[in-house]
Design a protein around this ligand. Structure first.
Ligand SMILES: *Cc1c(COP(=O)(O)O)cnc(C)c1O
Length: 381
């Protein structure tokens, strides 16, 4: 089956009891035992397993090309579980210098207490990654595309470097989703996601998931144990929403990317714009790599720098009408954010004061371009 078909059918069939075509939501916390005390229907207590979570996990594993997926209540819960499953006291993590702010905060503020160290490095520079590896390095943590400068990392290369030194390669695949890149096919050991973003796709549910291939059964088994014992599980309704998002993911991702390319081309030619960062543009320094790795798409996020510095950038974000001035990305509504002043991005590196990040939504691209034009003209004249 192709991706779009698996997205609709994997892990799900019409309900046997009622014929309901859409999956019913099972809110029950506890499940009845058989007369002999067995649980032959597979469920006994909802935090350990639930039909809606099973459907989501089965469908997601199929789409990422993995054997097992384990769902969490948020992206950060999935990341925390993945790191703890992979690491022991004394181990060391290598992360990108522009890694997601929640991940760097876990590495800085939580994991050192458990004896786990880390360094950051430019993951687009294979030589620098090799040099930064230590004997204790157990995890190479990567992201594509990076935030907010949308750098492209060659996952296959990073996985090779990791494996040559007995380390694991874990990929946060939130920005591009399995529609544009399947890290496990490229040699990664584990993929993690904030399903909060493109997978849920409508800005109305938090979620996270970790997916591993069959060769990493022990690692994903540990993650399953953390899910089951620590209880950071998504509710049945959360699972239902995220699974519903999967069904339309491919169509939405192509829509986001098509709109983002049109917006990026417009910004590139605008006199009020100093620079545009979008890997789908020919002049992006890693355009060829993005084309090879991401199937020709640049994703749905565009970052750009406004002439006139921070004040002009903040003013543009205040003037857009279709782009809501808000954090996050991946939903139908377009969003605009000045990251350098965002409360959640105070610790990220590579933040540029005149930079705005766009989450290009699913509105008509002409309307989005017109909105950005009026905001830029209003500020720069
Ligand atoms: C948002 C995000 C997360 C965290 O997801 P939450 O659901 O907000 O915890 C992790 N990684 C990336 C790349 C993200 O953008």
């Amino acid at each position: 089956m192709r991706f779009e078909t698996m997205a609709v059918h994997a892990g799900h069939a019409s309900d046997a009891a009622t014929g309901a075509v859409a999956k019913p939501i099972t809110l029950a916390v506890t499940f009845a035992r058989d007369a002999d005390g067995e649980y032959t229907r597979g469920y006994h207590y909802s935090s350990k397993g639930n039909p809606n979570r099973d459907t989501l996990e089965l469908c997601f594993a199929a789409l990422e090309g993995g054997e097992t997926a384990v769902a969490f209540a948020s992206g950060c819960a999935a990341i925390a579980a993945a790191l703890r499953a992979a690491l022991r006291p004394g181990d060391h993590v290598l992360a990108p210098d522009d890694v997601f702010q929640g991940t760097i905060r876990l590495l800085r503020q939580v994991l050192p207490k458990w004896g786990i160290g880390f360094d950051v490095v430019d993951m687009t520079d294979a030589g620098a990654v090799r040099d930064a590896m230590r004997r204790e390095t157990r995890v190479l943590w990567t992201e594509t595309l990076s935030n907010p400068l949308l750098k492209v990392t060659d996952i296959g290369r990073i996985a090779e470097i990791a494996h040559a030194r007995g380390a694991l390669c874990i990929v946060d695949n939130t920005f591009v989703t399995p529609v544009f890149q399947r890290p496990l096919d490229l040699g990664a050991d584990l993929a993690v996601h904030a399903t909060t973003k493109y997978v849920g796709g409508h800005g109305d549910v938090l979620g996270g998931i970790a997916v591993a291939p069959a060769r990493n059964a022990a690692l994903i088994g540990q993650i399953r144990e953390i899910q089951s014992l620590e209880g950071a599980v998504p509710s049945p309704f959360d699972c239902w929403l995220v699974h519903r998002g999967l069904k339309t993911l491919a169509w939405r991702m192509h829509g986001h990317a098509k709109n983002a390319l049109q917006v990026a081309r417009f910004l590139e030619s605008h006199p009020g714009v100093a620079a545009v960062h979008y890997p789908g543009l020919e002049r992006h320094p890693q355009h060829a790599l993005a084309k090879r790795l991401l199937g020709g798409a640049g994703g749905g996020i565009v970052s750009f720098q406004v002439k006139g510095g921070k004040a002009a950038a903040v003013a543009v974000a205040a003037r857009t009408k279709l782009f809501t001035n808000a954090t996050s990305f991946g939903e139908a509504e377009s969003l605009i954010q000045h990251q350098a002043s965002s409360p959640t991005h105070g610790t990220n590196t590579g933040l540029v004061e005149d930079l705005l990040r766009l989450s290009v939504g699913l509105e008509h691209a002409d309307d989005l371009v017109a909105d950005l034009d009026q905001a830029l003209v209003g500020v720069s004249g």
